[in-house]
Design a protein around this ligand. Sequence first.
Ligand SMILES: Cc1cc2nc3c(=O)[nH]c(=O)nc-3n(C[C@H](O)[C@H](O)[C@H](O)COP(=O)(O)OP(=O)(O)OC[C@H]3O[C@@H](n4cnc5c(N)ncnc54)[C@H](O)[C@@H]3O)c2cc1C
Length: 380
Amino acid sequence: MAIYDAIVIGVGGMGSAALYQMARRGMNVIGLDRYDIPNDMGSSHGISRIIRLTYHENPSYVPLLRRSYELWRQLENTADERLLISTGIVNAGKETSSVFQGSKESCETHNVPYEVMSGPEVNERFPGYQLPEDSVAVYQADGGFLLSERCIVANVNAALELGAEVHGREPAIFWRPTRAGVRVETHRSDYDARKLVIAAGAWSGEMESILKPIAIPERQVLGWFQPSRPELYRPDRFPVFSAEFEEGRYYGYPSYGIPGFKIGKYNHLRQQVSPDSMDRDAHPEDEMVLRGFTRRYMPLAAGPTLALKTCIFTNTPDEHFILDVHPGYPQVSIAAGFSGHGFKFGSVVGEIMADLAQEGDTRHDLSLFRLNRFDAVKSQ
Ligand SMILES: Cc1cc2nc3c(=O)[nH]c(=O)nc-3n(C[C@H](O)[C@H](O)[C@H](O)COP(=O)(O)OP(=O)(O)OC[C@H]3O[C@@H](n4cnc5c(N)ncnc54)[C@H](O)[C@@H]3O)c2cc1C
């Protein structure tokens, strides 16, 4: 039986990039996914994902983001397809909000150019918005969105072109360490490899038990509404946004790909779920969460509902990612727990996973993402 250099479990946002980056380095790789490639069962579907340098979550993400932008642009060239649409981003809230303060701090720390605008200034420049008088925003021109399913397709096509094997509808049932590295079992076959990358998204805890208490799936809902003034919600007139007001933290997009202005709320109704039994329908209470905010802050977008889709976050206790080698098995590396903000990093996560599989280490700073920060949680 052939021994692969690496097996990737999960060919979604992260796994597809890991596969491509390893194939680029001449590694003999195979990717397994439990569903189709791409699919709408995990965390990466629904047309688009925001990318931004304004990183209120922690300024130390910015160097990774710069590399992500570079690698997404490279992938666009390889695929000969536009994957990243620049619109600028409005990071809005009250002056004391963490979205506003944190966005400013990340720009200051890393010399990212930005503008501070009042709510009314945002409304005047981008009339799709009607932000309150006393709100403020950090506007940053590099913000925009990635066409997430197309990014997965581009990574997989590029990996296939370089000789990678990819199997959809073939779930990994379990993996175990072997003398050569690892063995992964599926209903079709056993696969041996020197290295394993676990990138199973919401199923990470099922693939590796140490992740179960620290990578927790959460149900999300995205909504698309028909604007009454569609011309105000085109990508050239409506920057993506991240906004924090009394209703919570929301994000949104101009119309693109499918009809309608798109909006979501971080941590939607705070429903922890199992990805296999989650309610995948959207209901009137889901719609109201999105419609209420749209009506108040972007009323010209709050027309009839065009689409609602469910999706899954996989949250860690501190909402930072898990990017590390397995504590017991150095031949296994993990990309998990992206806590609702990971897609934009997919390209650099692919590079990091390739580094870890090839060298056991990476030049990227992973100190925020190490598994051992959760040692207390895991031993409970
Ligand atoms: C509604 C919503 C909005 C978001 N907005 C943003 C945003 O604007 N910007 C941003 O950067 N991020 C955003 N995110 C987060 C981002 O989309 C995720 O962090 C990212 O998609 C995670 O990628 P992943 O590879 O971990 O998961 P996925 O892309 O879901 O991939 C995991 C794959 O593993 C497969 N799999 C699972 N178990 C097995 C198994 N046993 N065997 C084989 N395959 C398996 C699954 O089928 C799946 O294809 C959002 C997420 C959601 C849900």
